[in-house]
Design a protein around this ligand. Structure first.
Ligand code: ZN
Length: 337
């Protein structure tokens, strides 16, 4: 038989020799050239601790369920076994008042949960959210003067709350009230009480977003009048978000957070470019609920969609991601995030 005629090589005139598909042919090859992967150890799971977890309003989405202190400790242990080693705590107190005084009660749900978690697992990173909205009877993040939120009268209360959580053993406190100068006030309060080593994860760019719905039910923190647009960022403003981030960095924040995540990838990317501090992002309850709801109707593959969004948030520049998917994804497969 005659040897086969040499295959005709197509002329590459006007066409590059690049064929990106060459590196996509095998799963193992795709793994070799993968540019990023979300690690389970960079996820933070939010947990809701309640004095009375059965109070009406409790959310039905599993990761947004209210738990007792004991149940919170069990859940943290389950998370840690599956590779998630950090939690962010929110408290739902029995008693609310105009000042939100249950926030700094050393016997409140959050300080009790911090002590329980640290006792059972000192290696777990425990972050405590610092805000007043779960604790005030009006549901706003600060104290009122008439119908206005009084920034400067709120500051010492946030400082006091952060100190109570540090006293209980929190590794980080996470101020989320969006009051001006809250980071500086909290840093001062921590340093003044011997907690120089407790870090501040600042919700620096927190937008007045429409994606917080399920959280407000879980935390029972919907404002009884008005909205939060007088203190949270206008979703239209990227430059103003960068200014907020810069102010929190200057006030002593150790980590800067952008919230929500997916609708603000541009802000995460800009923050990554501009600051040398670690950048965090909060994939909020509405982002979680959208994927859940679509998957429940068979419109999306839940796990694939969840991974894709977390990957996007990481590619944008977040090294820490707070997500309600943390527990589910970690439990699902040991060799993947
Ligand atoms: Zn708040």
């Amino acid at each position: 038989m005659l040897p086969a005629a040499p295959r005709e090589v197509p002329r590459v005139l006007g066409r590059s020799a690049d064929r990106p598909r060459r590196l996509r042919s095998l799963a193992s090859l795709r793994e070799l050239v993968a540019e990023s992967a979300v690690r389970r150890s960079q996820l933070v799971a939010p947990l809701f601790v309640a004095d009375d977890p059965d109070r009406p309003g409790a959310a039905t989405l599993r990761p947004l369920r209210r738990r007792t202190v004991d149940a919170t400790a069990r859940e943290a242990a389950r998370l840690r076994r599956s590779g998630v080693r950090a939690v962010l705590l929110f408290g739902i107190p029995e008693r609310k008042d105009a000042q939100g005084s249950s926030a700094w009660d050393p016997h409140g749900p959050v300080p009790r949960a911090i002590r329980a978690l640290k006792e059972t697992d000192p290696a777990l990173t425990v972050i405590a959210d610092v805000c007043l909205c779960e604790y005030t009877d009006h549901g706003h993040c600060g104290v009122l003067r008439g119908a206005r939120i009084d920034n400067d009268r709120t500051l010492p209360l946030l400082g006091r709350t952060a100190r109570a959580y540090a006293d209980a053993g929190a590794d980080l406190v996470a101020p989320s009230a969006m009051m001006d100068h809250q980071v500086a006030t909290i840093r001062e309060s921590l340093d003044g009480s011997g907690h120089e080593d407790v870090a501040i994860l600042a919700y620096a760019a927190k937008f007045a977003s429409s994606f917080y719905g399920p959280f407000r039910d879980a935390a029972g923190s919907a404002p009884s009048f008005g909205d939060r647009r007088s203190y949270q960022l206008d979703p239209r403003n990227r430059r103003e978000a960068l200014r907020e981030l810069a102010l929190d960095a200057a006030e002593g924040a150790d980590i800067l957070m952008v919230k929500p995540a997916l609708p603000y990838l541009d802000v995460i990317a800009a923050a990554r470019e501009r600051f040398d501090l670690p950048i965090a992002a909060y994939q909020v309850s509405g982002e979680y609920a959208m994927i859940k709801a679509a998957a429940a109707r068979g419109w999306l593959d839940e796990t694939a969609a969840a991974r894709e969004t977390l990957g996007a948030i990481q590619r944008a520049g977040a090294s820490l991601i707070v997500s309600y998917f943390a527990g589910e994804l970690a439990a699902e497969r040991q060799d993947r995030p």
